[in-house]
Design a protein around this ligand. Structure first.
Ligand SMILES: *[C@@H]1O[C@H](CO)[C@@H](O)[C@H](O)[C@H]1NC(C)=O
Ligand SMILES: *[C@@H]1O[C@H](CO)[C@@H](O)[C@H](O)[C@H]1NC(C)=O
Ligand SMILES: *[C@@H]1O[C@H](CO)[C@@H](O)[C@H](O)[C@H]1NC(C)=O
Ligand SMILES: *[C@@H]1O[C@H](CO)[C@@H](O)[C@H](O)[C@H]1NC(C)=O
Length: 409
């Protein structure tokens, strides 16, 4: 016993020491600097490493000042200052819906618009996103959050396997994760904090199917967690609406899924057929439900403030300005969209003061497996619907410009 414990103890201790060593080194490199996200800057630009992951706690956070706000780095960069518009709305909420928006978005296919989607499906979803939280990512409005909002966006790249970045990631104020965000068994590498989970219904369900064997058996849930829906299909609007109403999905590909528990009784009984919490036209009879008990994806709290919807115009803006792939002019043009990771990282860049990107594609991606949780090394797959090479170039350039910090090794 003693011997076994000894054998295990020293590698663990060394690992812990290595992790905290990294943290201490980065901590000491940090220089604090005042600067709210918007408004006039009064910053001497520093040539020092602009921000490394740093431990902070909520007691001191309010006093933490931005050492190097990304908006300043954007302003100072000849190319990126013409690409970024930090005033562009990131989220679509009910109060932004107008006839004019309908007419304009009806010209474009999802995720860039609503071509071919039913007016009723869109408006019935958006009408539920009518509270003030639906228009913003953070729980309180930005003006009430002084200081520096530091975000980490965690992609699922193989570079994170053995990275020891868990503590650094969790030290950020907000952590974005996406798709198959496996935590179990990787706390040391990826941390546990999660503020936002981004997905399309398709990528979420694919992740639950493909990665359940490595521990992704449910969508992350938590009191403070917010979900970011990417509107890539009618499925996303339908699922979002059902999630807020607390009813099973009434139609389409996901018919019968229970995105949220259908009332208090579900805690004790599998009850997809029991009366939903809300009696609306959507609570039609669900006669064709077959198969296993539907997943409860988003947990017991299904209030509208839990769910955010990316604005189709924001996705178009990102494609046009940051990720205008050559694929758009090929036969795959209609399939092309920025990857989920890219959408989350660019969302963070348009809402946080400082952004660190972990698990995103780097120039030496071939050294690493596709995902950090792969059981055997698998090459990164370049699907025709994304342009990961273009994304890699963008992250490299944003890192060089000091607009984000890209984890590399
Ligand atoms: C910038 O800082 C200097 C020195 O602290 C101060 O005199 C000046 O008024 C500040 N400018 C702005 C725009 O805040
Ligand atoms: C930035 O976006 C806002 C909101 O959409 C718009 O009103 C403004 O004209 C844009 N600014 C520039 C320079 O394009
Ligand atoms: C949003 O819409 C719901 C349902 O129509 C309504 O009950 C609620 O009062 C509305 N909230 C706001 C802030 O308008
Ligand atoms: C993950 O890292 C461990 C050790 O750091 C290594 O043994 C394993 O092969 C790696 N997994 C993959 C899929 O590369």
């Amino acid at each position: 016993m003693g011997l076994q414990r000894g054998r295990l103890f020293w590698p663990l201790l060394l690992l812990a020491a290595a992790c905290s060593g990294i943290l201490v080194a980065l901590y000491s490199a940090v220089e604090l600097h005042l600067g709210p996200r918007t408004g006039a800057r009064n910053t001497t630009s520093s040539s020092r490493a602009f921000f490394g992951p740093k431990a902070s706690n909520s007691r001191t956070r309010k006093n933490l000042l931005c050492q190097h706000p990304l908006s300043l780095a954007v302003q100072q960069h000849p190319r990126f200052r013409n690409l970024f518009n930090l005033s562009t709305p990131v989220l679509l909420s009910g109060d932004l819906f107008t006839q004019q928006l309908w007419d304009s978005l009806s010209q474009h296919k999802a995720p860039y618009g609503w071509q071919g989607l039913s007016h009723q499906a869109i408006t019935s979803t958006l009408s539920l996103l009518n509270g003030s939280e639906s228009a913003r990512l953070f729980a309180v409005s930005r003006e009430l959050l002084p200081g520096c909002i530091r975000c980490a966006v965690v992609g699922n790249g193989g570079i994170l396997n053995g990275s020891c970045q868990g503590q650094n990631i969790d030290a950020h104020d907000y952590v974005f994760r996406l798709n198959g965000a496996v935590i179990k068994g990787f706390k040391n590498d990826v941390g546990t904090k999660i503020s936002f989970y981004g997905f399309t219904v398709n990528t979420m369900k694919n992740s639950l199917i493909s990665y359940s064997n490595v521990g992704f058996t449910s969508v992350p849930q938590g009191q403070h967690l917010r979900y970011i829906f990417i509107p890539s299909d009618i499925r996303d609007y339908t699922m979002l609406r059902s999630a807020i109403l607390g009813v099973p999905v009434p139609e389409g590909t996901d018919k019968g899924d229970s995105p949220a528990p259908t009332g208090p009784s579900t805690a004790t009984a599998p009850a997809p057929f029991t009366s939903p919490r809300s009696t609306t036209a959507l609570a039609a009879p669900f006669t064709s439900i077959v198969g296993p008990r539907p997943q409860t994806y988003f947990g017991p709290d299904s209030s509208a403030s839990k769910f955010k919807l990316l604005h189709p115009d924001f996705i178009s803006y990102l494609r046009e300005r940051f990720l205008k792939s050559k694929l758009i002019n090929t036969k795959f043009g209609d399939l092309y969209m920025p990857s989920t990771g890219a959408l989350m990282l660019l969302t963070a860049l348009h809402t946080c003061d400082q952004v660190s990107a972990y698990g995103f594609i780097t120039s030496n991606y071939q050294k690493f497996s596709d995902h950090y949780f792969d059981q055997t090394k698998k090459p990164l797959i370049f699907y025709a619907n994304h342009d990961l090479s273009l994304e890699a170039t963008l992250w490299r350039d944003l890192h060089k410009a000091g607009i984000l910090w890209l984890y590399q090794r």
